[in-house]
Design a protein around this ligand. Structure first.
Ligand code: UGY
Ligand code: MN
Length: 236
């Protein structure tokens, strides 16, 4: 049997498309399930999953630091209720409850914290994407970047959204020490990963290992937008 899929798993990258998603609850989840997109078992040094909440859904506390970005629905994190585009950073071991009264989805990133001598561990925070300053990548007004994590060396990673107007692209093929977890939020285009070209759409996930050659160009009549994680601010 040779069923069609756009998914691919290579030593330096993974494209995971919705028809290959497998759902399973993680320990301590209640009325919720996870699609694990990447983990150390798959070659990444961080974990990223989509958490799908039903009514009364919740996540267990996490020993590692955690970043949560709401995709749809309403998710309570401590005393804050976050809607699509709302996000939270939880420092390692932070016990704040993450739960939902109704169906909701969130992108979740978890990673062991790498302390920096003389720098305090970051504090819990919540915010909304629309409040993050928009900058143009390389002065290209067609490619907007919003940094969701404060530009502070206390954080050992960053998460940005990148929005490409139709036809916009990265200015060059990138090859860098940082790895990426990428969730396509809107639109689509073509991604170069290693030496392969992949059509990608909203709902797809991509993992890029350190030094994986990468380039994206937006195709279609609507902007393409993705949420992208990278390790940052630590000596390699
Ligand atoms: O931040 C980044 O490295 C980003 N420009 N990479 C990417 O979009 N693949
Ligand atoms: Mn990159």
């Amino acid at each position: 049997m040779n069923l069609p899929t756009r998914s691919a798993n290579q030593p330096d990258h993974r494209l995971q498309t919705p028809e290959t998603f497998v759902r399973a609850p993680l320990p301590g989840m209640r009325n919720a399930t996870a699609i694990v997109h990447t983990s150390p078992a798959g070659g990444s040094s961080f974990v990223q999953y989509t958490a799908e909440f039903d009514r009364g859904g919740s996540l267990a506390a996490c020993g590692d630091q955690r970043f949560v970005y709401v995709l749809d629905g309403r998710i309570s994190i401590g005393s804050d209720v976050l809607e699509a585009g709302g996000y939270a950073y939880l420092p390692p071991g932070h016990a704040t409850a993450i739960c939902s009264d109704a169906a909701a989805r969130a992108a979740v990133i978890e990673k062991p914290y790498q302390p920096l001598a003389g720098v305090k561990t970051p504090a819990f925070l919540t915010s909304v994407e629309r409040d993050a300053a928009a900058t143009s990548l390389g002065d290209d007004p067609w490619l907007e970047v919003r940094g969701l994590i404060p530009d502070d060396t206390a954080f050992d990673f960053r998460v940005n959204t990148m929005t490409y107007q139709p036809g916009a692209s990265l200015p060059a093929v990138e090859i860098h020490v940082m790895e990426h977890g990428l969730l396509m939020l809107e639109g689509g285009g073509i991604y170069l990963l290693g030496s392969q070209w992949y059509p990608v759409h909203a709902g797809d996930f991509i993992w890029m290992k350190a030094y994986c050659p990468q380039w994206f160009g937006a195709i279609g009549k609507q902007p393409a937008k993705y949420l992208i994680y990278k390790d940052w601010d630590r000596h390699p």
